[in-house]
Every structure is written in C-alpha cells, then in structure tokens.
Design a protein around this ligand. Structure first.
Ligand code: GRF
Length: 224
C-alpha cells in the first residue's frame, strides 16, 4: 500500500466538485489525505462543506491584501505550510500568478466545464450552445501560465439535447465533472499520471489525447 496522496483544494463558491471528492474519500473510493481547503471567499459554501467534513478550511480575503501579488503570496504561503502533494483548483475563480504556477507545475490541476481547447474562460455552456455543438463536456488539465490552456489529462463528454438551455446543459456537465474529477485524482493518487515537459504521461506512456471518462466512472485511453 502506498501512502495516500495529500491534497489541498482551492474553491471560490458552491464547492460541489469538492463535495464529490470529500464523499469519494469518505467512502473509501479515493486514497487521499486532506491537507486543507482554501478560498478567496471566506463565506463560501466550499469552506462550509470542508468544515462539515472535518477538513481544515481557510478563507483568505483579497480585500485584506494590497494587491493581487500580495494576496497570492499569502494564499500560497498558507497552502505550502500544509504541504500538499497536489493542489486541485475546483471552481477557483481567480488567475494564479506566474510565480506560483511555476512553483507548482505538474502538481496543480484545474477542472474546467468545456472540452478544452474549446471554450476556455467563462460562460462555456452558453457559448457551446450558441455554436451549435452536438457535444460538450469537461476537462481536467494541469495548470500552466496559459488560462485554461495547460496539458489536458482527462475529459468527460455529454450530448447537447435539442431545447437545452445553458442551465440544463450545465447541470448535465456538472454531474460528469464530479465523476471526472474523482477518477482523475484517484489516478493521480495511484501514481499513474505525471507531467513531463508539456506531455501528460499515463502509466509512463505519453498521452496523444486526453483520457476519457467511461460510463462506469473509469478513465480510458481514447482509441488511436
Ligand atoms: C465547475 O463547473 C468547474 O468546472 C468550474 O467552476 C464550477 C465550480 O462548481 N471551474 P463547484 O463550485 O465545484 O460546484
């Protein structure tokens, strides 16, 4: 048995992805140890969810810091103190400054509600609908300097239905996000994923395309 992966999570709001990880670890489906949960919104639901699960939770308010750099330095000093092996950004709505992205390269992942490289940024569901996409989804990727642009690790796909609104499509994507994030963090906890330069290695082999979430919540290599 290898030691559980020690994780810290950053979130700004609702925290449903955090909840999926908390539930999976509580039910023995995810071998992680919680180093802490951090938020730029001290009143966020995410912090409440962490505390309810007995996980250390800390809000750090940007308004208490002189500028973005000072805030990020304080946040990442606090994160570093709890010594995570992996930082998960799950609904963390701020851009992380370059210095900290560089320090945590290969050890920081983000979940984004689109099939990257399509639709980085905000309002992804509305944009996918406006473009007439037949398929939409979510991506977990390593965090690099490029916003929502780091190497993609795994994706979950959902169909776009006739008559979908951004809201209905977003709910379908969110349900997949939870399974996708749990499966990806589980693969990391099992030591199956690594970043080598700009390449994602899965079981030591370079991924030519992101892993795909299957109907059983597992991750599969896409067919060549
Ligand atoms: C998710 O859609 C995530 O992909 C995006 O922000 C949303 C956060 O939702 N980055 P929650 O806070 O995890 O419920």
């Amino acid at each position: 048995m290898t030691a559980p992966l020690r994780i810290a999570l950053l979130a700004s709001g609702r925290g449903s992805n955090l909840q999926a990880l908390l539930d999976a670890s509580r039910h023995g489906r995810l071998a992680v140890e919680w180093a802490g949960v951090f938020s730029d919104r001290p009143a966020s639901c995410a912090l409440e969810r962490a505390r309810a699960a007995g996980v250390d939770a800390r809000g750090i308010d940007p308004a208490d810091h002189a500028d973005r750099t000072a805030f990020d330095n304080a946040l990442f000093a606090a994160v570093s103190r709890v010594q995570p092996q992996l930082i998960v950004l799950a609904g963390y709505m701020r851009i992380v400054s370059h210095r900290h992205v560089r320090d945590w390269r290969g050890k920081m992942i983000n979940i984004h509600p689109s099939l990257l490289p399509k639709y980085p940024g905000l309002r992804t569901h509305a944009r996918a609908l406006a473009a007439g996409e037949a398929e939409h989804g979510a991506t977990v990727h390593y965090v690099t300097q490029e916003l929502d642009g780091g190497p993609a690790i795994a994706q979950a796909r959902v169909p776009v239905h006739a008559g979908d609104s951004a809201d209905s499509l977003g709910k379908r994507v969110l349900a997949c996000e939870h399974a996708l994030l749990v499966a990806t963090v589980a693969a990391m906890a099992d030591g199956r994923l690594a970043l080598h330069g700009d390449a994602v290695l899965h079981d030591g082999a370079r991924l030519a395309a992101p892993l795909e979430l299957d109907a059983d919540g597992g991750l599969q290599r896409p067919p060549c």
